[in-house]
Design a protein around this ligand. Structure first.
Ligand code: BGC
Length: 441
């Protein structure tokens, strides 16, 4: 069967600064919470870090030549805040900013639209010392940083995303697995609020000062299923849905924070912030596009009567990737459905989708199957009238996969011993899909 995509459908890929750039302390870059976290032993499975990563900072030119050959029309990358402003606020590091100017120009020279994300988790360490995401100043720091980046890049870009996956920031603050690993739920709720507020303030900035740009946010959305019919399981699935999805979707679309979340934060006495009309209005400023990162469904088992504590289980219900994520393309339909209903005027972009397959270097038929299943779902949805404008695969090259170090392998290019880029079967397959603007299964 062949599934033809509409004329003008945009094929691309996504990547992020800390996972690929390396050059962690070069040309005046300041440290980020991820540099600090990885430099302390015991946090990353293989004790690795992003000091060198894929060395994209130095190799971006040949990489972009290869991306053009692959046929990519759009690449989403992130800007490292501490590379641009080493202390997070104040003095700009011109050399850092120049890197991103060279980068977007190079993309344009090769016919690829560069789409920056202003934030993909590498918070300047200096800001963490000032309270980080939980600080009431966070959104103002972010807007000042955004203005510097947009001033520099505006001539070469048409779109910008504010924040990648605020839910991941929430989890990183609440837990201890990812930087800043504060292990502090109270701060995590403030972090979510401040990320959303920061996003909204940048939307306002774009409307006022960069009105030719389209602006949006990127969310990772996950459909949850209870492991069984025990009430703990049902409540756990509901609570996880509130935290992962509704915590962001509802306020962004103007419906306010979910009631159960406002009730929950009352224990810390700051629930009025989650009702504040002025803040809610900023958060819900209309956006032009919404990026959805989709990987999996999750089956959860409640381990407390109220469902607030839960664990992910396999339950044998779905096949899984090597990275342990449940393969469920129908979940992509579910989450894009939410987005279409809540943001009827926004373009929908699938800004990440991909799979961690570790087995045998270049032969990654399993990745091709995973991607095909999801692309078929997207094709069906476009036929049904969903405004899905493009698909950005995660990711081009195997890179630093956060707490999984270099063991996680989402790339369609493997990296050789000297970091040379080695196309896998999936890269050849993706090039043929792009060329035909069609998926054949
Ligand atoms: C993140 C990426 C990450 C990918 C695969 C996404 O949630 O945005 O940074 O590498 O998942 O785990």
């Amino acid at each position: 069967m062949t599934y033809q995509f509409p004329h003008g459908f945009v094929w691309g890929a996504s990547m992020s600064a800390y996972q690929t750039e390396g050059a962690w302390n070069e040309d005046g870059k300041g440290p980020s919470v991820w540099d600090d976290f990885c430099h302390q032993n015991g946090h990353i499975v293989d004790d690795s870090n992003g000091d060198v990563a894929c060395d994209f900072y130095h190799r971006y030119e040949p990489d972009i030549v290869q991306m053009e050959k692959l046929g990519l029309k759009m690449v989403r990358f992130s800007v490292s805040w501490p590379r641009v402003i080493p202390d997070g606020v104040g003095k700009v590091n011109q050399k850092g900013l120049d890197f991103y100017i060279r980068l977007v120009r190079c993309f344009r020279d090769h016919g690829i639209e560069p789409v920056p994300v202003l934030f993909h988790w590498d918070l300047p360490s200096a800001l963490m010392e000032k309270g980080g995401y939980a600080s009431p100043y966070f959104s103002d720091w972010f807007v000042d940083y955004a203005r510097i980046v947009l001033d520099a890049l505006a001539p070469w870009i048409s779109r910008v995303y504010t924040i990648n996956q605020p839910y991941s920031v929430f989890k990183a603050v609440a837990g201890t697995v990812r930087a800043p690993a504060s292990g502090n739920p109270q701060s995590a709720y403030l972090a979510s609020l401040h990320c959303l507020e920061a996003h909204g303030k940048v939307v306002a900035l774009v409307r006022k000062e960069y009105s030719s740009l389209k602006v949006g946010i990127i969310l990772n959305l996950i459909p949850y299923e209870p492991a069984g019919n025990r009430s703990e399981d049902v409540l756990a699935a509901r609570w996880q849905d509130t935290l992962t999805n509704k915590q962001f979707l509802l306020p962004l679309s103007g419906l306010g924070f979910p009631k159960e979340l406002r009730n929950y934060v009352r224990q810390w006495g700051f629930d009025q912030l989650f009702f504040d009309e002025r803040i809610l209005q900023i958060i819900s400023l209309p956006i032009d596009m919404i990026g959805v990162n989709y990987y999996q469904k999750m089956v959860v088992r409640g381990i407390s009567p109220d469902g607030h504590h839960a664990e992910k289980v396999s339950a044998g219900r779905y096949p899984e990737t090597d990275g342990g994520r449940a393969i469920a393309p129908e979940g992509l339909r579910t989450v894009l459905g939410w987005v279409r209903d809540l943001f009827p005027l926004a373009d929908i972009w699938v800004t990440e989708n991909g799979a961690d397959y570790r087995s045998c270097g270049k032969c990654d038929q399993a990745r091709i199957s995973y991607l095909s299943l999801h692309l078929k779902t997207i094709s069906d949805m476009i036929q049904e009238g969903f405004p899905i404008r493009g698909y950005l695969l995660w990711t081009l090259m195997d890179n630093f996969e956060w707490e999984n170090g270099y063991r996680g392998k989402y790339g369609i290019w493997a990296l050789g011993e000297h970091l040379e880029r080695i196309p896998k079967q999936s890269a050849i397959w993706y090039a043929s899909v792009i060329k035909a603007n069609a998926l054949t299964i």
